[in-house]
Every structure is written in structure tokens, then in C-alpha cells.
Design a protein around this ligand. Sequence first.
Ligand SMILES: Nc1ncnc2c1ncn2[C@@H]1O[C@H](COP(=O)(O)OP(=O)(O)OP(=O)(O)O)[C@@H](O)[C@H]1O
Length: 262
Amino acid sequence: MNIIDFENINVGYDEKIILKDVNLKIKEKEHWAILGANGSGKSTLMKLIQSEIHPRKTNEYKKEILGKATYSIFELRKELGIITNDLHNYFAREAGYLNGFEVVLSGHYSSVGIFTHQDFTKEQIIKAKEVLEFLEIVDLKDKKVAEMSTGQLRKCIVGRALIHNPKAFILDEPTVGLDIKAQINFIKMLKKLSLTSSIILVTHHLEEIFEEIKNIALIHNNTIYKSGKKEEILTNENLSEIFDTKLSIGEKNGRYFVEEIL
Ligand SMILES: Nc1ncnc2c1ncn2[C@@H]1O[C@H](COP(=O)(O)OP(=O)(O)OP(=O)(O)O)[C@@H](O)[C@H]1O
């Protein structure tokens, strides 16, 4: 099954088309990075995936997620773990009173917070505890969101999505605000998740593309400029083009990095 199957999609805001002729196919169990410069349209692509914005109806297109052209947003949220900075900021702003366990538990209802009308079964509570253990964040169980670091809250939000064992995690710049140690730690957690779910990582940091990610889509010139196998896409030429900076990249043990800015 395809997680994402997009053909000939044009999408934007009001009168303005931001991404045109989007073609992207991501199969189950594949791991992808979506790379692009600031303002290239990465978040716009995320909004398209989440159905916050919709394709222009002026041409024929295909937009299927998990093999379906129509779906309820509630079901989609269960099957795709979508982690955005908007969601993070919402929790940070509105849910400072929740502890780590409650953030994870709230995944059962995809709600922000725990409400008195929500009943949790024994199994649901056990599942939330298992998620905390799996992500190695049991120490955050009683810690309030208001007192968590950015990295700690981000992990709890991933845990909230993991409640449903989603087929894919789609993460929009998930290491924003994390220091080097927290960033490495977070990527380590993504590698663990990649054993059971597809990872679709939206980023502009080359060094975050971990070994298991074998496929890359580059966003540039208002479209998916190139997509395919990592070795073919991550070239000096392509990256210099999309970041509008002449650079050379290096590779060591399947990890890529910017070697030199020329
Ligand atoms: N709500 C909106 N209304 C109108 N234009 C928007 C809106 N959101 C984004 N844009 C425009 O769409 C373009 C792509 O923005 P987008 O946020 O998708 O880029 P991005 O690749 O995620 O950038 P960054 O790396 O800086 O987060 C930009 O020109 C931006 O100004």
C-alpha cells in the first residue's frame, strides 16, 4: 500500500499557488526525508497531507493517503502520526498542567488534554505506560508540560501519536529548538520508530537524514524538484541548487553532511 500517492497536485493559499504539479509516491515501510530551503513549501506540503489545505480543482489530480481518496480527519490522525511545531506550541501554550503520562494518554482521543467525560480502559492505560517505556521517557510520567524542556515535550507528543501504532510518522522539522545532544537523542528515537513505522522527515538539516532513510524528495522552484534514491538525489549539484549556495557534501557510513561552502 502507498502511504502517499500524489499526482499533478497544485496547492496554495488564496490566489497564490505555492506548490505546482506535485508528484510524490511513498510506499509503506519506506523512510523518506523531504528537504528544502526556507520558504520552499515544506510546511505547505504538510498542510496538504493533513488536509488543512486542498488541491486546486482546476486540473485532474490524484490525492490518496493510505490508499484512500476520502477519509475522516479523525481516522487519518490515528493512522498517521503527524508531529508539527504547531502541535508542540499548542501543547506548550494550552496544556502546561498535564503531565507526560497524560499527554501520551490523550492520544487515545486525539485530544489536547484529559477531560472528565473521557473514560480510559485498563488496556488504554497499559498502552500509555508501554509507550512511555518504549520511548524511554518514564521519567517524564509525572512531569508537567510547563516544566518540560522542548525535547522532552516533543518526545511526549511523539508518544501521544504512538498510542495508535501509526503506519507512518510525518515530522515537520522536529528538532527545531533542540540542542546538539537532544537532537542526536531525538534522531535515535526516530530510528527506533523506523523499525515499525515509515518515517517521513521534513527538514533542512542534511545531517538529520539517518541511515535508514533511503529516499529523498527535494522541494525547489515551487515543486518536488527531484525525488528518488538517496545516493542519486543527495549530490553537490542538487543541494547547491536548492539551497542557492555552492556547497560540497560528504558522506560517512550512510550519513551525509555539508563538507564545505565554496
Ligand atoms: N497561510 C499562508 N498564506 C499565504 N501564504 C503562505 C501561508 N503560509 C505560507 N505561505 C507562503 O508559502 C510559501 C511556502 O511557505 P512554507 O511555510 O510552506 O515554507 P517552508 O519550506 O515550510 O519554510 P520554512 O523552512 O521557513 O519553515 C512562502 O512563500 C510563504 O510565505
